[in-house]
Write a protein that binds this ligand. Sequence first.
Ligand code: NAD
Length: 306
Amino acid sequence: MSRILVTGGAGFIGSHVAEALIEASHTVAVLDNLSSGKRENVPEAARFYHVDITDKEGLEAFFAEFKPEIVNHHAAQISVNRSVREPCFDAEQNILGTINLLEASARHGIKRFIFASTGGALYGDAPSIPSNEDTPVIPLAPYGIAKASAEHYVRFFSAERIEPVILRYANVYGPRQDPYGEAGVVGIFSLKALSGEGCVIYGTGYQTRDFVYVKDVARANLAAVDGKPGTYNIGTGIETSINKLFSEFKRLEGSLKVSHDAARAGEVLRSVLDVSRAGNDLCWQPQVNLSDGIRQTYAWFKERIG
Ligand SMILES: NC(=O)c1ccc[n+]([C@@H]2O[C@H](COP(=O)([O-])OP(=O)(O)OC[C@H]3O[C@@H](n4cnc5c(N)ncnc54)[C@H](O)[C@@H]3O)[C@@H](O)[C@H]2O)c1
C-alpha cells in the first residue's frame, strides 16, 4: 500500500478518487486551496492540507511532512471560459502549478505521477470518432493548451525516474459535481429538473458527448496506481446526444419541459473517446451505464437540494 497525495481532493472528481484509494487501503493526503472544492468533500480518513499548488514553500513543507510516494494531481482551474478571459491565470494554475508539483516530486523521490487531463478539450473537433490517444491534439482554448503543455511536463519528468500516468477524461458526471457552472450539463439538468424550470438545449441537441460516471473514473485512478505507465483515455466509448441525455431525465421527471436556444458558437459537435487502451493496459472498463449513473446523480441532488 502506498502513501498518496491527491491534489484537488476537496473537489468533485478528486474527492471520489481519494475515497477509492482509501477503500483500497492506501494512505491518502488531500491538498487543496478550497477555491472551488469543499472541506466536507474530503474523506474523514484523509489528512487535509489547505495549500495552493502555486505556493512553492507550502508544497515543500507538505512533501517534507507527509512524504508521499505517489502524486495524483487533480487540482486545476477547470473553467474553459475563464481560460479564454484570463489565459495567464489559467497557465499559472494549470501549467506552473503542475511544474511546482513535479519539481517537489523530483526532490522527494516520488515514484509515480498520475495526472488528470482531458480528452474533449485536447482533441477538439476530432477528425476520427471515437478518438484514440493518437488523435492529433488541437486544443481550441487556453484550458486545453495548458493541459496539453502540462502533459508534456509530466512526461518530461520521467527523466527524474517519475513514472507518468496521464488520464484523459471524457465528460465526467456524478454526485458532488457543480450544478452552477457553465459546463457540466448533467448537473445543470439535475438542477433544472428539481426546480421545475425545464431544460434548455442549445442547437439541435444532436451534438454528442461521452458521459462517464465519476466512480468509474475513480476506479481508473486506482488502476493507475500500479498499472502500466502511459497516456489513457477514460470514458465509455459511447456517443450520447444531448437529446438522449434529456430523455433520461424525462424518464425520472415525467413533467420535465425542454426549450431550445441558439447553438453556442464554437461548440464541438461530436465527442467520444476510444477507451480500448485503458482496457488492455490498465484492465479498466467503465461499469456504470448512463441510466443508472443519471439516476444515482439525480437522487444525490434531490437529497441535498430537492
Ligand atoms: N469534470 C470533468 O468532466 C473533467 C473532464 C476532464 C478533466 N477534468 C480534470 O479533472 C480535475 C478535477 O476536476 P473537477 O471537475 O473535479 O473540478 P473541481 O473544481 O471540483 O476540482 C478542482 C479542485 O482543485 C482545487 N484547486 C483549484 N486550484 C487550486 C490550486 N491552485 N491549489 C490547490 N487546489 C486547487 C479546487 O479547490 C477543487 O477542489 C481537473 O484537473 C480537471 O481539469 C475534469
